[in-house]
Every structure is written in C-alpha cells, then in structure tokens.
Design a protein around this ligand. Structure first.
Ligand code: GLA
Length: 387
C-alpha cells in the first residue's frame, strides 16, 4: 500500500481535518542465532527486516484514542477513563499497552487517531507484536517532544507486552526492531544491554525465511514453561555459584556445575541456553572472519539443540531444516523466534534460491500436507519516521 492510499483510508475513517497525519515505521525481525537466550541474560544476534508495521497518527480534539488497522476488522475508541483496561484478546492491546507506558512516564497525551498497516506475515514469529509496540512508542515520543531515549522505547515496549498484553517475552524482539540497521545484525548482550552492529557480509549467500504456516497453539504457555525451567536450573546451580541467570555461565563452568541439577529435563534446558550462548559468540567471530560455511554449521547446531535439549521445534520446523540440509547451495538452517511453528531462516546461495523454494516446498508439502512460503530477507533500518 502506498502512503497516498494509506492516507486515503485514514481520511475515510477519521475525516479530512486541517492537519494531515504523521507517518512512522518499525520493522519485523529475524533472529540469526541465539534462541531462548534473551530472558536468560544471554546473547542474541537478530536483524531488522524490510517488512514491518506502518502507522499514521494524528492528534484529535475528542480526547480519546481511536485505533484501526488495515489488517484487522476490529476497531476501538477508548476514553482516558478506560485506558488501563485490556480489550479482550484484541490486537489493540499492543498499542494500548504503549499508551499506558507513556502515561506512566508522564508523557502528555491528549487523544489521537491511529491507523496501522502491517506487511509482516501474522503469527510467523517475525515479531509483528514488537513492531506494532515499537512503532507506537516511537511515534508518541516523537509527537510529544522526544523526551524518551531509544533504549527506553525498547524497554517500555517489552514492559507493555509483559505487563499489559500478558506475554512474558524477553527483550530481543523490541531491541532488534528499534535498533537494527540496514546490512547489519544486532549482537546484543541481554544481561548488560551492550550491543554492536555487525556487518552482515553474506557474499553470494542470502537469508531465506521459510514460513511453516502452521497455526501456532500453546506457544505462550510452552514459552512460560521454558522460562520457569530455566529459573529452576538457576536455583540448582546457585548451590555452586551465586549466579542471577544462565547467561553468567561459560560452557566450561556449566559443565563443572552440571551435577548440581538433579532433573534431566532441567539439565537439558540449561545446556541448550549455555551452549547456544557459546554458539552466538562463535558465530559472530566467524562472520567477522568471513567464514560463512562455519556460520551455517552453527545454525544447524543451534536447531539441533532447540530440537533435542530445549524441545521447541516440532515436526514442521524439523522437516524444513531436515529438507534444507539435503539441498545443494544451502549451508545453514534453523528455526527462528519462539518456535512451535513460525519460520526457519536459511543461508542459501543466491543462484540456488529458486531450486531451494521448489525442492523444499515440495518436500515439506509431502511430509506435512502444508504449503510453506518463502521470503528472501532484506535487512533494513529499524524504527523510523515515514516521510
Ligand atoms: C520470542 C520472544 C523473544 C525470544 C524468542 C526466543 O520471539 O519474544 O523475547 O525469547 O521468542 O529466542
């Protein structure tokens, strides 16, 4: 949808007043490696994508917040007195959570009309939620005098999702969506929030995202279960070292303390996190050395660990990665995001992309009966004004 078309929809909903709306954009993200490490204080390595959420917003004189989206039929008009209440399970809870965060930071908000348009495939694990949160926070901050730092936008967006929406996510998605840059991946330490933008020099290779198109169920409850298992692992390990989270342990330290974990499942969950952290460090170094083949091997190893130790993959994601392993020109593949469905990300030679789609699409359909969809990732800037 062009800006002009989008504005037309805006005017037809909210009227043609003297002021035109301001435009903003925040992307989705794909994580290259470092899965289920963020809420454990570990490392992640995501990048921001060209698809995302567009927002047109204009202050109104009604003193209410009106929300609409071209993606969903549900709309809402919410007065100040109802602002702290959730609206069932609706998408508007994402922006509403942000409005609440802004109000609690004493940002003066008098009422505004919002219209969203997203081109991130929904429920694909490419952070459509973080994208809508961050674009809303960025816009409200911009319109009200820019008192809030970019890092604060990241944090308040995560907090809105945890506290208002009720999904206990880590900080990776909001961070990548806000701080990502074109052609770079975000190497983030989730314990300290120190980060570095690492050039994504992929030579003749491209990142191809493959959507399982599997309807995700129980993702939130399984996600919370994994979080609890990691917290339990920390409790056991604290008998040997005063750690706050698994991200504080090197693989060697973990191995020397592992006997303190009496439960086999909890041990495997922790082993995934600590080994995944080590893989992120190695992957970043490997990318800097230009050794893409090795980077790809680490992606496969990450998937194996998520399948066997963390158990968040499932038949659809495993089928995509197993299929990718057999296709010429593919050097790495893994699930990305929370898992249980969603997408894989693969490193594919640019001359083999068509063949990758055809062969993997067929293989996947034969095994699961589902149709996969493919996107060649374009790594673009994070949150921004849409002029
Ligand atoms: C989801 C969460 C992130 C992160 C990933 C798994 O995307 O929102 O915070 O935990 O799962 O790596």
């Amino acid at each position: 949808m062009t800006r002009a078309e989008f504005e037309k929809v805006f005017y037809s909903m909210y009227g043609l007043e003297d002021k035109s709306p301001s435009g903003y954009f925040a992307p989705g993200r794909v994580n290259l490696i470092g899965e289920h490490t963020d809420y454990n204080g570990g490392y992640v390595f995501p990048c921001s994508l060209s698809f995302g959420t567009y927002l047109l917003i204009r202050p109104n004189k009604r003193g209410t917040f009106r929300f609409a989206s071209t993606n969903f039929s549900f709309t809402a008009e919410i007065g100040k007195h109802r602002i702290r209440e959730k609206v069932d399970n609706e998408w508007v809870n994402y922006p509403l959570g942000i409005v609440n965060e802004m109000i609690s930071r004493r940002v003066s908000l008098k009422g505004a009309d919002f219209l969203y348009h997203g081109d991130i495939p929904n429920g694909a694990g490419l952070s459509s939620s973080a994208s809508i949160e961050v674009v809303t926070a960025y816009a409200l901050n911009d319109l009200s005098g820019k008192h809030i730092s970019n890092l604060e936008i990241v944090k308040l967006s995560q907090h809105a999702e945890n506290a208002f929406v009720g999904m206990n996510c880590g900080i990776m998605d909001q961070f990548a969506v806000a701080m990502g840059r074109a052609g770079k991946a975000v190497f983030l330490n989730c314990n300290t929030l120190d980060y570095e933008l690492v050039p994504l020099e992929l030579k003749d290779y491209r990142l191809v995202i493959t959507n399982t198109n599997k309807e995700r169920k129980l993702t939130d409850s399984k996600y919370n279960e994994r979080r609890a298992e990691c917290e339990q692992a920390v409790k056991y390990l604290q008998k040997g070292k005063p750690i706050r989270n698994l991200g504080e342990l090197s693989l060697a330290e973990f191995e020397s303390l592992a006997h303190l974990i009496p439960d086999e499942t909890i041990f495997r969950r922790a082993r995934h996190v600590v080994s995944e952290d080590a893989r992120v460090l190695e992957a970043v170094a490997t990318l800097r050395d230009g050794n893409l083949e090795h980077f790809g091997k680490l992606m496969y190893a990450s998937h194996d660990s998520l399948r066997d130790d963390y158990e968040v993959t499932g038949i659809e994601l495993d089928t995509l990665v197993n299929g990718a392993r057999k296709i010429e020109g593919v050097i790495g593949s893994r699930m990305t995001g929370a898992g249980f469905g969603g997408c894989t990300v693969s490193l594919v030679h640019q001359d083999r992309i068509q063949q990758f789609r055809d062969k993997l699409g067929l293989f996947y359909h034969q095994k699961t009966g589902l149709e996969a969809t493919f996107y060649v990732a374009e790594v673009r800037d994070g949150m921004q004004k849409w002029e």
